[in-house]
Design a protein around this ligand. Structure first.
Ligand SMILES: Nc1ncnc2c1ncn2[C@@H]1O[C@H](COP(=O)(O)OP(=O)(O)O)[C@@H](O)[C@H]1O
Ligand SMILES: N[C@@H](CCOP(=O)(O)O)C(=O)O
Length: 320
């Protein structure tokens, strides 16, 4: 999809008066998003991104927007939400919650090299540390609870072998989450969807993480595993690429050293990260929402990755 809710320059004229950005001069819908309606807007103060939230509500949004503001204020490279005259980061537009955030320069690096992975590892660790004193608690809404509710809804669509894989993995992850090792893992606000399409680069320089609308409080290691499973693989086979894995993990470890509990949780967490996206892709594939141009992501990609993370040893986390 792209734009679920249409917005014109005429719609924007009165609405923009509450923001310190002057008039909107131009608005262009962004085609690549799949969750929200996004637009680039040119204002008298420069370029910004307008997002109309299609699924998140006014109660949930302060977590994401205030987290972005909190991180931006601490030097983590993320879009900074713009407050209106009342200090609100989220305001209704066409009856839906909407926000304006700063536009990041650059473009996504879809064929990353170790140098890009190192940049991501460093910024991810800085983001985790900067989030430690963030006051709002909101769980990762695509975590174990959601998996347990969603698995029964999709089993009927799966082949026998995939149904078995899904049932065995949800049982494994449910048991893993109860272990004292899991309970000892460092937690805090995490991005939870830090794929290549959610990071901007200008050449080899990272300019920002964005699309925080799957963020929530979860283990930091889950965030690392989600990121590794997208950035550091052979895209055809799903196998881990050691040079990129080492670059990302070493860079992260240099800022925020991994713990002994994280070291023993690494393989289960790579499985959890693969499972989360296999499940959401299966769900979106078989239970699509209304959308003008929505093309669902391929679920088999993460099924393949999950099978590999179960069957093959994974490179160890760096340890001091
Ligand atoms: N703050 C930003 N700065 C620059 N580009 C952005 C920003 N936010 C979104 N975009 C652009 O909009 C596209 C869609 O945004 P995204 O957050 O991925 O949408 P969705 O949440 O709907 O999947 C991105 O691929 C990117 O090109
Ligand atoms: N990264 C997820 C889907 C979420 O889409 P995004 O465009 O909001 O990052 C996936 O690949 O399944």
């Amino acid at each position: 999809m792209a734009v679920f809710t249409s917005v014109t320059l005429e719609d924007l004229a009165p609405w923009m008066k509450q923001f310190p950005l002057g008039q909107a001069l131009n608005i262009r819908g962004i085609a690549s998003g799949i969750e929200n309606s996004n637009f680039f807007i040119d204002t008298e103060q420069g370029e910004y991104v307008l997002t109309i939230f299609e699924n998140l509500n006014f109660e949930q949004l302060p977590f994401y927007l205030k987290l972005m503001r909190h991180l931006a204020d601490r030097g983590v490279l993320v879009p900074a939400p713009i407050a209106n005259a009342d200090g609100e980061l989220c305001v209704a537009l066409h009856g839906k919650p909407a926000a304006i955030v700063s536009k990041l320069n650059g473009s996504s690096q879809m064929e990353p090299q170790p140098v890009h992975c190192a940049e991501v590892g460093t910024m991810l660790a800085r983001m985790h540390l900067a989030g430690r004193d963030f006051a709002i608690q909101q769980p990762n809404l695509r975590s174990l609870d959601w998996w347990q509710i969603t698995v029964p809804k999709v089993l009927e669509f799966l082949s026998d072998s995939n149904r078995q894989l899904m049932q065995e993995e949800i049982a494994f992850q449910s048991a893993f989450a109860l272990t004292s090792t899991y309970q000892a893992l460092a937690q805090g606000p995490v991005h939870a969807d830090l794929f290549r399409n959610n990071v901007m680069f200008d050449g080899e320089r990272l300019t920002g993480f964005f699309d925080f609308y799957f963020a929530g409080c979860d283990t930091w290691l889950f965030d690392v595993a989600v990121t590794i499973n997208d950035w550091c693989i052979d895209l055809t086979t799903g196998e881990l690429d050691l040079a990129r894995v080492n670059a990302m993990l070493s860079a992260y470890h240099a800022v925020r050293p991994f713990t002994a509990e994280e070291a023993v949780s690494w393989q289960p967490m790579l499985r959890a990260a693969a499972f989360r996206f296999w499940l959401s892709r299966v769900y979106d594939f078989y239970k699509p929402r209304d959308a003008e141009m929505l093309t669902p992501h391929d679920p088999t990609h993460f099924e393949r990755i999950l099978r590999l993370r179960i069957s093959q040893p994974v490179p160890a986390l760096p340890q001091n």
